[in-house]
Design a protein around this ligand. Structure first.
Ligand code: EPU
Length: 417
């Protein structure tokens, strides 16, 4: 068990850089399976989930070589079309190999995914979409067996909800399917546009990625690709909230400010002032935040993965804030931990009611997922005394050297393994 021990009170100051988005690089690694040869992905963060996905595709036959912030993936002609249960259960994104393996091998065996504990996270939209493209599924002892007897063909798929994973699975499946696929009500996240850009460098024909209608003309085969991953807007946003909650001033560089428009707007409403450039944001926190209401929504709405960090910030606001969580049914386990620090946060159905308090007081607390872990560390930065965040290995799944980067900004934080 890793622990992060934070002594509150320091205002974060300085400059921090972010690397490529976890939620883009994971998909690029899967996309490499579509073409034999040597691929290269630059701007890759060294985080646990990226290493896990490298293990998943290595099991399938690829070899991954990490060097600095790049990864080279060599994909052979023959693949073993299965994702092992122990890896899939540790990372939900492994389900994306389904689309890629069906496209490349006409079959796949993938265990049902695990991942963060956010309530039930079904994959019905992934399966319905792939079925309409000619795939057939059977669930045997917890393993999904997929085949595409006549090969995958293009289809018109209208998603019930703009699911990130379902959009990506269909994109991966369709780039080599016969004919044209149209994904309606597609997710518009920047990471989807980034996946499409990588696929296009491989020879795919895709129109409309980043909008809610994506059209894909299947091609006979793809070539290896090289791509620089889009910057991680969640890593960037987390450091900005770090500046906000400590009343400090932080410049995040190597990011895309336009990908954080809604989050910056809400930080502004909370009393932060900020300035943006082409690839940087400087944000100064207020002496005390103002209350803010918002709802999490698919992009370009407020990102659910920035919700826990904002709750930490608003727990110290002068007044009451209400956040409505629309993406996940149960993303609230961290709230009990935040309340142990003295916050006054209540859950009413999908609403989080945050009555601002004047101070938090450090104590031992447990991280339960990536963003909750980061949010609790941020709360610890603002709390009086020492906050020990247990189970901090959750944070390692999504943030490269979180304590090191915070310490470089002036935080008093130490890690114990
Ligand atoms: N959903 C269904 N059926 C489906 C697919 C999704 O009901 O077939 C539901 C989910 O249960 C959830 C909602 O739809 O309630 C949204 O799920 P979505 O498919 O959009 O999310 P995802 O692809 O599973 C990705 C990120 C998450 C991020 C969400 C939302 C990756 C690897 N994960 O998950 O990131 O919260 O999109 O933006 O890309 C994180 O980085 O900490 C993280 C959890």
């Amino acid at each position: 068990m890793a622990q992060l021990v934070v002594t509150g009170g320091a205002r974060l100051r300085g400059t921090v850089g972010v690397l490529g988005a976890k939620n883009a690089v994971l998909k690029h690694l899967v996309a490499t399976l579509l073409a034999p040869g040597i691929h290269r992905i630059d701007n890759t963060p060294d985080i646990v989930d990226v290493r896990l996905m490298a293990q998943v595709i290595s099991h399938i036959g690829a070899s991954c070589r990490f060097e600095g912030t790049s990864v080279e993936v060599e994909v052979p002609d023959e693949l073993l079309p299965e994702a092992p249960i122990d890896l899939v259960r540790r990372m939900r994104a492994s389900i994306l190999v389904l689309g890629a393996l069906l496209a490349r091998c006409g079959e796949a065996r993938v265990a049902l995914p695990g991942g963060d504990d956010f309530g039930s996270r079904p994959i019905d939209m992934h399966l319905e979409g792939l079925e309409s493209m000619g795939a057939e599924f059977e669930l045997v002892h917890g393993v999904l067996r997929a085949i595409a007897p006549g090969g995958l063909h293009g289809a018109e798929v209208m998603l019930e909800f703009p699911s990130v994973g379902a959009t990506e699975n269909l994109l991966l499946a369709s780039v080599m399917a016969r004919g044209t696929t149209v994904i309606g009500n597609a997710a518009r996240e920047p990471e989807i546009q980034d996946l499409a850009e990588f696929l296009v460098t491989m020879g795919a024909v895709i129109r409309g990625a980043g909008t809610s209608t994506i059209e894909i003309d299947g091609v006979g085969g793809l070539d290896p690709g090289r791509h620089r991953a889009v910057p991680d807007r969640l890593e960037a946003g987390t450091y900005l909230v770090g500046a906000a909650i400590t009343g400090g001033e932080v410049t995040v560089i190597d990011c895309v400010p336009g990908h954080l428009r809604m989050e910056l707007r809400k930080l502004g409403e909370a009393g932060c002032s900020y300035e943006v450039g082409k690839d940087w944001v400087t944000l100064s926190g207020p002496e005390r935040p103002r209350p803010v209401d918002f709802a999490t929504l698919p992009y370009p709405g407020f990102h659910t993965d920035m919700h826990p960090q904002m709750v930490s910030l608003l727990s110290l606001a002068e007044g009451t804030s209400v956040i409505t969580e629309n993406i996940y049914a149960a993303r609230f386990r961290y709230i009990g931990e935040l309340n142990r620090l003295g916050a006054d946060v209540q859950i009413e159905g999908q609403h989080v009611i945050i009555r601002g308090v004047t101070a938090l007081s450090g104590c031992p607390i447990d991280a339960c997922d990536i963003r909750a872990g980061a949010a609790l560390v941020l709360a610890g930065l603002a709390a009086d005394g020492v906050t020990t965040v247990n189970d901090a290995e959750h944070i390692d799944r999504g943030y490269a050297d979180f304590p090191g980067k915070l310490a470089a900004l002036g935080a008093h934080i130490e890690r114990f393994d």
